[in-house]
Design a protein around this ligand. Sequence first.
Ligand code: CA
Length: 248
Amino acid sequence: MPAALPSPLAARHTVLVVEDDPSIRTLLTSALQAAGHTVAVAATGRAAMFEAGRAQPDLIVLDVGLPDTDGFEVTRHLRAEGVYTPVLFLTARTDIEDRIIGLSSGGDDYVTKPFHVQEVLLRIRAILRRSTAQQTAADRRFPLRYADLMLDEQTHEVRRAGVPVQLSPTEFRLLSVLMSQPERVLDKKEILSRVWHYDFAGDARIVDTYVRNLRRKIDRFPPQLVQTVRGVGYCLRADRQDPTTAAP
Ligand code: CA
């Protein structure tokens, strides 16, 4: 069975393996797990799109020949949705044209089948090293960060797991207030005063309405970040809910 590469990059990464051939999928999964990575798997392009949102991988190993679509198409869809996770294509095709299509659709590298699992691991390590350096540079642009949520006051950009989220100006202010003090419970009165600048007792139900809209946009997949603290207010938290918090 595949031997794990010594990993000087001790950081644990999540890798999504998209491959319809079960034997290759299993081979890659066990090699990646042995190298210390968390692995998510998908056997179709459709499942790959879902898993890319759910598992938020650091890298996608993407077979080109899938039963429902091809790996290039999956990559194009991901990029169109603002997901720039690096891709390592697995391709059975050897003609140079396919390689060029693959790389220009936003992928980062390719390995031709049949491959040696060690070579795949080496490529993965190189891509992760490059993308970690790029990520660090990208993150510096965002002054407010919590979990996988990023908010830029300058450009009014919001991203969750790298995916841009469109918010109304009020939703943006609400999220900015929650992100300015993450993990602190803000009561509705305080939210009213900081978001709507009400210095009197406004109708707190407007807060509930806007929180609901905000959740629909930023909490489309777990973990749910905007949490309700019953009878008090709201709080931005990435960890599992405790008994005093619950969704309304
Ligand atoms: Ca295949």
